[in-house]
Ligand binder design. Sequence first.
Ligand code: 9MJ
Length: 672
Amino acid sequence: MNLEQARREVKKLHKIISQHNYQYYVLDDPEISDTEYDKLLKKLIEIEKDFPILITSNSPTQRVGATPLAEFKEVEHVVPMLSLANAFDKDEMIRFYERIARELNDKNLSFSGETKLDGLAVSIFYKNSILETASTRGDGFTGEDVTQNIRTISQIPLNLIGKSIPDNLEVRGEVFITHRGFVNLNNKQKKQDQKIFANPRNAAAGSLRQLDPKITSERPLSFCAYGIGDYKGSLQLTKHTQILNQLQHWGLPISSESKELKGLEMCLEYYNDITDKRSQLAYDIDGVVFKVNNIDQQKTLGFVSRSPRWAIAYKFLPSEEITQLIDIEVQVGRTGTITPVARLKPVNVAGAKINNATLHNLDEIKRKDIKIGDWVYIRRAGDVIPEVVRVIKEKRTNVKEFKMPNTCPICGSDIKRQEGKTAFICVGGLSCSAQKNQAILHFSSRKAMNIDGLGEKIVIQLTGGRMVNNIADLFSLEQKKLSKLDRMGDKSASKLIQAIKSCRSTTLARFIYALGIPEVGESTARALANHFHTLENIQESTIDKLESISDIGPIVAKNIQSFFSQKNNIKIIEKLLLAGINFNNRQLSNESSLDNLSFVITGSLESITREKSKEILLSLGAKVGSSISKNTNYLICGNNPGSKYEKAIQLNIKILDETSFLKILKKEGVTL
Ligand code: 9MJ
């Protein structure tokens, strides 16, 4: 066989093997026996052995070819991976339905009903039908590059099959582990004296985030596609259910429970049917998803900050179990807030062993009349911290009242109640080691500076031994000293030093979030970064300027200003910058950011869909409205514009044609 013949043979084998994978994994209807399949694979391996030049990453022989990574690269999502808005009861579901039926003026809306898998959302990018990259959802805007781990999942095709596949196609779906896979995995872990996973979701997350793809390949990961993100090429489908169907024809597994539903009654019926069926399913689901089926209607509805307005996750009621509350202790948070925590007789709630549950605050304890020794209902919903729902008064015998301590159990400072507030606070500030530790843990957490390997046990040792007194001290840690700590060797110390070094290249939004300003979460941090562009601007901003940002009210504005006016904080920030922290976010380098500008889109654009334009604009901090008003800054006008065009002219609103719009995006660093 010469190289050309081998090349043709390899191509043919890729195609045949992909087709059989589809029959086996997607249709559950294999056409050949395992032995015959192995023969095909063996044939391919032999040709590749003779002609190594023909080995490509999309070869079925290469699913576990890659070497372990040092860390995951970050990837920015072209189209943000938004999360779904939730409905927790029938009323909320009805309100969702009625709101969009009214907005679309359609009383008999059609939906795609889907089960809501409880795993990890991922995005898989196919270029010319070949799997090129894959990433986790992360914070919705930036995720981690898990390409080599995704490749190990047999259910995920390395090559798409079938016709009319867009040149660029981003498939979105959930990676999960079935009940059976979970039990087998934990049995194996136990035998090998390895970590036991609390539930299938944790097991899936832990397995996908392995740096060594060989480990991932040994985990029973499954995949289900539920939509598409970015794409280039034609996709003449008008319904979401057609997209799902099309994904299946291209070789991707989809849920067999998905169904087209017409009207509210059918949606509610579907929810009840799936609720009844839940315990028979082979995998965990935590609700049902309804997506407006008509793609044009989806586009009309658009998005609000983090969620599409055309979809809702109607969640199942969280699981509840009964156990005894043995004691109430208090925990000191990052900003000194004292949280009472219930110590419980261990109980299994929805697959996880629960030892503690939050009691929120003293008022909550009084309102629920919780006493030490009570029998209580514990609730756990997904990732939410378990909580005590209510007391079973009939079972009450020998109970004791909880009293808020007068002094902090960690540092001995006074505990005071802030005027007009529910929370009790330890006044020790950063002299309280609990607050110090929490501040460092927050700084290094995944959504903040993302320092891998800096867990609670290490932080406690670092602050206890006075090696670290504040977040800036992390950057002067020495490997030699670090390696002497408990649970640390040379290798982990070197890894941690490397992680600390590499976290210095970050975004302004992450850094602001990492500082731990009271009540400044991820989304406020992003709004600040988008609005002010530089750290100095934020530090120097006035309360008025801060309040002019739509996400920020008077209390948060005051928190921000007061944080940046404290000498100690200024000193720590200076030290952090001196240590080399730098910001590489797109908005930073660009003075003409679209922050807070309001856009409306009309007509059809040629090189980008309206939906995609909307998502990109939102990710750049702009607002996208559905109708023209005097507050609109720009109308983006494609072919065959509607009445919005005339209205914009009447109101003297600036009109951008497609070319000008694309130029703006380019200037903002967006490549289509
Ligand atoms: C899950 N988790 O099963 C979506 N999902 O759609 C389904 N998640 C989703 N759809 C848009 N079926 C964002 C998330």
